[in-house]
Design a protein. Structure first.
Length: 366
């Protein structure tokens, strides 16, 4: 290979949090927490990544305290008895020198009531739309909206109290916060809908609630995406100007870092520039950014460590962008899911020992 990987192993400081390197474990739903409570197996799963040089762990999505926030009884909650389990996770990760944040989540209209806890309750969304044109419930009331805002704030306060190093807000992929952002699912004509600025208001108030509960010195990451699980081709912003308009109020509300979800990190976000979504986000906000999207997902990417694949989608391209300051941190998903020692192997140059992702890995906590 033509470049050193040492760029990935430089420390980074985020709102006072010292992260030992630039590698972030991306949040990945595992559905291994019966009744929403993470057990010792979950604690061990995260500890193994921390002790193998993963710089910052962002947990799988954890649901806030609203009866319709989750789609699966085995997805971990972030309230009540679940907090005891999460405290054990934090202690295990910290015992080996790791850093960890929970991702706070509400699935909104992605929930199918018949398959979820409280099947008697309708799912919640800005306009009750599961996808554009498909109405499944009534729009959220102002009272319900405020309750959910408050639950995000309380979850962040609980995260700080039990020792987490910060929080990430899940505002991506067509879940509740993103449903407010997306014009296709948000038909409201009140303070939470209409213009792009009003569609961001729900997310802004969640960030403000988190700041009130945790103070200014607690790291807050916000994950967003242009694409949606309901439609990969959707874009919230079609130009850099629109993206700046979208990001500005979230940044001003107190976001420290944006986690910018693309399906493929190497793809330019807008015509006329090679910058990806994380690159544009950092340029427009001045805030640190995390890139994510098919990093080490394929055998081709693994081969690129040894100079066997196209630089356009491999490690050379990633490192060039990182060295140029296009983004600050790199989130790795399925590669870390299948291989707890991915970061250590990369740091030690043991590229031939990297394990390619296999779907069966999704069934276990390796």
């Amino acid at each position: 290979m033509s470049r050193s990987v040492e760029s990935l192993f430089r420390p980074f400081t985020l709102n006072g949090l010292e992260i030992p390197n630039r590698i972030v474990m991306a949040p990945m739903t595992r559905s291994q927490s019966p009744a929403g409570i993470p057990g010792e197996n979950v604690a061990g799963y995260y500890r193994r990544r921390a002790e193998n040089e993963t710089g910052l762990i962002i947990t799988e999505g954890t649901t806030v305290n609203d009866p319709v926030s989750t789609m699966d009884p085995n997805v971990p909650n972030f309230y009540g008895d679940s907090l005891k389990g999460w405290k054990r996770v934090v202690e295990e990760v910290h015992s080996v020198g790791g850093k960890i944040m929970p991702q706070l989540w509400h699935v909104g209209m992605a929930r199918v009531p018949a398959k979820a806890p409280h099947p008697e309750l309708a799912s919640a969304g800005p306009s009750g739309l599961a996808k554009p044109g498909t109405r499944m419930s009534e729009p959220m009331t102002p009272q319900h909206i405020q309750k959910v805002i408050d639950t995000f704030g309380q979850a962040a306060a609980d995260a700080r109290a039990i020792g987490f190093d910060g929080v990430e807000v899940h505002g991506a992929h067509g879940y509740l916060i993103d449903q407010f952002f997306w014009e296709g699912l948000n038909e409201r004509n009140d303070e939470f809908g209409g213009s792009m600025r009003k569609r961001t208001e729900f997310g802004v108030r969640i960030v403000e609630a988190i700041r009130r509960e945790t103070g200014k010195d607690y790291p807050v990451i916000f994950r967003f995406s242009q694409w949606k699980q309901q439609d990969f081709s959707v874009k919230l912003a079609h130009t850099p100007e629109q993206l700046g308009e979208f990001l500005k109020p979230l940044s001003e509300a107190g976001v420290d870092c944006f986690h910018c979800s693309q399906r493929r990190f190497w793809e330019p976000e807008f015509e006329g520039s090679s910058l990806n979504l994380a690159g544009w986000t950092k340029k427009l906000t001045g805030k640190p950014s995390i890139t994510v999207g098919s990093v080490s997902l394929s055998g081709e990417f693994i081969g690129s460590f040894m100079g066997e694949a196209s630089e356009a989608t491999g490690i050379d391209d990633l490192l060039e962008r990182l060295d140029a300051g296009e983004f600050d941190l790199v989130a790795v998903g399925r590669a870390l899911l299948v291989d707890p020692a991915w970061a250590r192997k990369v740091h030690e140059g043991r590229f031939d020992a990297l394990m390619p992702f296999k779907p069966e890995a999704l069934a276990t906590l390796s």
